[in-house]
Design a protein around this ligand. Structure first.
Ligand code: ZN
Length: 465
């Protein structure tokens, strides 16, 4: 059987792996969007390296766009098969794929205006809203821990990965002459002990493992201190009459922050200052979190008996339309504003930053991953002057980072999760979804712990398993 590595190889976006048994149907694991420079991005997402019309089944670990965002392209190229994922992943994907289509269309409008000025013909977006909506009709929801066999050739089971709502790791059993082969795919693994979601479930023994490696060689601070640090930063800012700006990823991080703020307000640990959730996508994602208490951990489910809305509180306001968002600029009171995007590369957060970054009373609270060459990374590195919408601004605001709010397992947590597998029947670990240096660090540690063979596949590399 052939295993093709078609994305998220030595990098963190574009997850896509194709399994090609000698008999039986082809299976695609993930169809993630590759995110990079515009020209490269378009070509890479469009030229997927196989004929999507020949793929009857896709298995999806979770709804992040770097894992499912290229599904509408597959549809455009002829895919008409089934997409299996958990019920919460289907719901989140339905808002994220629509949002992604909207961004693709917007981006092309901008490119085409420039092309028109140069007398060049317009180009098509990677995909449109109608492609996203069409592919969503091919989704089939499969709950956690229920082995599912849509074809005599294979059975798969989703198990909780604890990364975002509905996230799963996958155990896939492919039947073939000489006995079945079991392939495990970690998806993105979450942290142990995080609020809201359950810890990652263990994986049963497998013959081959595809393991994410985002934080290989790096450790996060313990989650226990995160809520207290959040409270301290807010108290300090409120005391000097400033605003706390929280750039946050719409799915996952936003709900964790709302959950912790709710707890802090309930405990009376914070003054009742207004909190604005200024992101239509994050508002929709929060509604989907509320609709899936079945995905919560025991602590959060118990909390629901005392507080039916763990993501809401009296002083929280949703800001849907753009005009209302602009009006927040005139607000003189201390306030907390949560807005996308997490890495500050776009979205409403930029308008708030432009208004407040030069004010020493402001706090910019960074709770997510910052890729290189993003405004987020420049602020974390302590740059004193940054560009926003092409204009230079002095940074007088306080910049606070709380990396414990990561949605990804760190080095030790990746080892903790994979350790029980190493000593079993496992033949090969393939490291995916990580920068090369991170993967090398993790590979080294896995070998030290007795892993027989650890591979770091390159883009479009094929293995026979
Ligand atoms: Zn993810």
């Amino acid at each position: 059987m052939l295993l093709h590595f078609l994305g998220a190889t030595r990098t963190v976006t574009g997850s896509m792996y194709l399994l090609e048994p000698p008999q039986g149907p082809k299976l695609l694991l993930e169809a993630g969007l590759f995110q990079g420079r515009r020209a490269e991005t378009y070509a890479r997402n469009r030229q997927v390296g196989f004929d999507p019309a020949q793929i009857p089944y896709v298995i999806l670990s979770h709804a992040h766009i770097d894992h499912c965002g290229n599904l509408p392209t597959l549809y455009r190229l002829g895919f008409r098969g089934h997409v299996f994922c958990t019920p919460a992943t289907r719901d989140l994907a339905s808002i994220l794929l629509r949002d992604s289509a909207h961004l693709q269309e917007k981006d092309v409008e901008f490119v085409n205006r420039r092309r028109a000025r140069r007398g060049e013909p317009p180009v098509e977006p990677l995909y449109r809203l109608e492609d996203a909506e069409a592919v969503l009709e091919h989704f089939v929801a499969v709950p956690y821990n229920r082995p599912f066999s849509p074809d005599p050739a294979f059975t798969f089971t989703f198990r909780d990965a604890g990364h975002i709502l509905g996230s799963a790791h996958v155990v896939l059993e492919v039947r073939r002459r000489g006995g079945p082969v079991r392939i495990g795919f970690s998806g993105d693994l979450g942290r142990y002990g995080m609020p809201i979601l359950r810890d990652p479930q263990p994986m049963p023994e497998v013959d081959y493992l595809l393991l994410e490696s985002t934080y290989g060689g790096q450790s996060h601070e313990p989650i226990e201190g995160a809520r207290a640090r959040l409270a301290e930063a807010i108290m300090r800012t409120a005391a000097r009459g400033g605003k706390v700006l929280i750039p946050a990823f719409s799915v996952g991080r936003t709900q964790e922050i709302l959950y912790d703020l709710n707890q802090l307000f309930r405990e009376g640990a914070l003054p009742e200052i207004p909190v604005f959730l200024d992101s239509p996508l994050a508002i929709d994602a929060t509604a989907i979190y509320k609709a899936h208490p079945d995905c919560f951990d025991r602590e959060t489910r118990q909390l629901l008996h005392r507080d039916p809305d763990p993501f809401g509180f009296a002083n929280l306001q949703y800001v849907v339309d753009a005009e209302a968002s602009k009006r927040l600029n005139d607000l003189r009171l201390p306030a907390i504003i949560i807005a996308a995007s997490g890495m500050m590369e776009g979205g409403r957060i930029l308008h708030h930053l432009r208004q407040h970054i030069g004010d020493h009373r402001t706090t910019i609270l960074i709770v997510g991953f910052c890729a290189e060459h993003t405004l987020c990374r420049r602020l974390v590195e302590g740059q004193k002057e940054v560009n926003i919408f092409g204009e230079p601004f002095r940074v007088r605001a306080e910049v606070v980072t709380i990396p414990a709010y990561s949605a990804h397992a760190d080095h030790e947590e990746l080892l903790r999760w994979s350790a029980p597998l190493i000593t079993g029947r496992l033949k090969t670990i393939f490291l995916v979804h990580g920068e090369y240096s991170r993967q090398q660090a993790l590979a080294e540690a896995l070998r030290t712990r007795g892993a027989r063979r650890v591979e770091i596949p390159e883009w479009r590399q094929t293995y026979t398993i």
